[in-house]
Design a protein around this ligand. Structure first.
Ligand code: LHQ
Length: 258
């Protein structure tokens, strides 16, 4: 059984974490395969949206803890540098929108991979756990970067230190994620949102993502300069011409992603 399922349908790449009996916990094989699929999403120009979810009951329980104590498993010096850090960087630099569809528990690195995606939606029964403190680790996979920026420093410290289980509804209320849907509606809503994202002007979304990435570090002057530069790039796309033409002609725009 392959630990990552990958399907491209109507310009949308569906990546499914697929070790359901282990709550889709990451071992080395799954982490490397995931990276390969993210690379394919970048290079395949037919893909205009990436949708990540988990098979079975969980989204992902983070690192496979059995692998950590396996003498033949990867060393502690490899797990972040070769597994999770490249995953987070690939998602943040991917020039297509990444939609995380949280179907169940997202714990440890599983939670923080979810939180670095562009749009995060979840089922009502899903939850987020910064499980690290319970096993004597610190939050990783970008968690200490994204969570305080999403929900504020105080709440992030409490959640990370206590390791509390945060329900999807609570996560939505705090601004940790975008929206919650009823369990039985999640996959239809995810397909609808992925379709919408894939039909938008893909290059403008990539420039938006680039500007947002930079906004996490730059001051206002630098950010205004970044917007100026990227807006000129957006204005040079065919999709911008199409967007304006469609507005003037009072019709729906047909963006092609170029
Ligand atoms: C698992 C796991 C799991 C293996 C559930 N591994 N099997 C970075 C640096 C270096 C090293 C370490 O890691 C990291 C990054 C990290 O991600 S650290 C954080 C690692 N994750 C955790 O500590 C979470 C551990 N899991 C749990 O706390 C619970 O399983 C949760 C809260 C996720 C779900 O609880 P339940 O709904 O009660 O399910 P369960 O505990 O019964 O789990 C279901 C099955 O999945 C079970 O297998 P079994 O054969 O007994 O039915 C678990 O053993 C397996 N599983 N998480 N991380």
């Amino acid at each position: 059984m392959t630990s990552i399922l990958f399907e491209i349908k109507n310009s949308i790449a569906f990546i499914t974490l697929n070790r359901p009996e282990k709550y889709n916990a990451f071992n080395r094989e799954m982490a490397l395969d995931f990276q390969e699929k993210l690379d394919e999403c970048e290079t395949n120009i037919s893909i205009r949206c990436v949708c990540i979810t988990g098979a079975g009951k969980a989204f992902s329980a983070g690192q496979d803890l059995a692998e950590v104590i396996d003498a033949n498993g990867p060393g502690m010096d490899q797990i972040l540098s070769e597994h999770y850090n490249p995953i987070i960087k690939k998602i943040r630099s991917l020039s297509k929108p990444v939609l995380a569809v949280i179907n169940g528990v997202a714990a440890g690195a599983g939670a923080n991979i979810a939180l670095c995606c562009d749009v995060v939606i979840a089922a009502e029964n899903a939850c987020f756990i910064q499980a690290f403190s319970k096993i004597g680790l610190i939050p990783d996979s970008g968690g200490t970067y994204f969570l305080p920026r999403l929900i504020g420093f105080g709440k992030a410290s409490a959640i990370m230190m206590l390791g509390d289980k945060i329900s999807a509804k609570e996560a939505e209320r705090m601004g940790m994620i975008y929206k919650v849907f009823r369990d039985e509606e999640l996959s239809a809503e995810a397909e609808k949102m992925a379709k919408e994202l894939s039909n938008l002007p893909t290059r403008a979304l990539a420039f938006t993502k680039e500007a947002l990435n930079k906004s996490l570090q730059q001051d206002l002057d630098q950010q205004l300069a970044t917007e100026d530069l990227l807006q000129q790039k957006a204005a040079a796309t065919n999709d911008f011409k199409e967007g304006v033409a469609a507005f003037i002609e009072k019709r729906k725009a047909g963006f092609k992603g170029d």
